[in-house]
Design a protein around this ligand. Structure first.
Ligand code: ZN
Length: 372
């Protein structure tokens, strides 16, 4: 069963709602039951309005992400709040900062829009948490507007706590990442976030508030998660070609004949062959070279006669991404020879890199779809 059906779409973004949200609606109706059907409708209406503000908050993140070329395809609503899934992580700290603040900014805007509609005498009373809709107050427009105002202010204050993975924690990480590495920034932001979570938890326990320690525990665990995700991703993004070339590739000697390569091509999945003498790479023979030779020359020629002597050389310390760019820019075939200093290590092709990146991308999508 699909626990989070799509309730509507805005452009390319699917807004999904977890079915447990219905329990929250039912609960709100139940606690307002002393005011009859009107009260129950009011409780449910307030919940829907509050969650509209959460959707707008997430759409703020999505809109900001779109402006820096990171589309959002899905927003998920849970009874504890919303999550916008980014199609990839922002690479620049300034982008992460912009995406993180855009959500709370929406709630600031909503609060400003609501402000003129609150009776002046109510403003200070409204700012106290006790003004949140409770079954004690009579359902009315002024209660609705005041509670929505307070809810939006609370959304801003809560989300801007400098605790990972809340928006404030992301802002903090982005700011630190501007002066150090992302990895180090994540470590520092996680420590601050977990510290803040402990403080929030203690305050909650001292005040006899059960929700605060629960929230704090959630923040504490998510912060740890976020850190291991970031570390895994940095590892994948920095995967070096020296770790990815085929170590067990079949190599040819210049005296091998084309028929031998045909045998290899038929019995292995290897499309490209290095022609070596001792440790020296003399040239590269691809499947296309062999097919071309078979068609144009009926004799069984030496591979030395058909190999490409002009090939792309890359250092084993380059990342897969760098090698892909180098091969693309060279416009000289789809294979590169990987070297450690003067020593030839092996061949890597655009297909190998595409496969490696596809695997990395798949793992990233399945396990660590970033969210705000
Ligand atoms: Zn947010």
């Amino acid at each position: 069963m699909n626990w989070s059906p799509t309730i509507f779409r805005i452009k390319d973004i699917a807004i999904k709602m977890h079915v447990s949200f219905l329990l929250l609606l039912g609960y709100e109706a139940w606690i307002w039951r002393s005011h009859g059907y009107e009260g129950m409708l009011f409780g449910m209406g307030m919940t829907l309005l509050l969650f509209s503000c959460v959707i707008l908050h997430e759409l703020g993140h999505a809109l900001a992400a779109g402006t820096v070329g990171i589309p959002v395809r899905e927003i998920l609503l849970l009874p504890i709040g919303g999550v916008a899934y980014l199609s990839r992580r922002p690479r620049k700290p300034i982008h992460e900062l912009w995406i993180a603040v855009a959500g709370p900014l929406v709630n600031v805007a909503i609060a400003f829009v609501l402000l003129p509609f609150i009776p002046t005498a109510d403003i200070s009373a409204t700012m106290s948490i006790a003004a949140l809709p409770s079954p004690d107050s009579l359902p009315s427009w002024s209660v609705a507007v005041s509670s929505l105002f307070v809810a939006n202010v609370m959304l801003v204050l809560f989300n801007m706590l400098p605790a990972f993975p809340l928006d404030g924690g992301r802002v903090l990480r982005a700011l630190i990442a501007m002066v150090t590495s992302e990895r180090q920034a994540t470590t520092i932001a996680t420590m601050i976030g977990q510290g803040a979570a402990v403080v929030i938890g203690i305050i909650g326990i001292l005040n006899g508030n059960i929700m605060l320690p629960l929230t704090a525990a959630l923040i504490f665990l998510s912060a740890g998660n976020e850190q291991s995700e970031t570390q895994a991703r940095t590892m994948l993004e920095t995967r070096l070609v020296g770790d990815a070339y085929n170590r067990n590739a079949i190599t040819l000697s210049p005296a091998d004949r084309t028929s031998r390569v045909v045998d290899y091509i038929l019995t292995s999945y290897q499309p490209d062959f290095a022609v070596v003498q001792g440790n020296q790479l003399l040239g590269i023979v691809t499947r296309e070279d062999v097919l071309h030779a078979l068609v144009t020359d009926p004799r069984d020629v030496y591979v030395a006669g058909i190999m490409q002597r002009d090939f792309i050389k890359v250092a084993h310390t380059l990342t897969l991404d760098d090698v892909r760019t180098t091969i693309g820019a060279a416009n000289n075939g789809e294979v590169a020879a990987v070297y450690r200093g003067e020593e030839f290590l092996g061949l890597v092709s655009l297909t190998d890199i595409a496969e490696a990146l596809a695997v990395i991308d798949y793992v990233a999508r399945q396990k660590t779809l970033p969210s705000v």
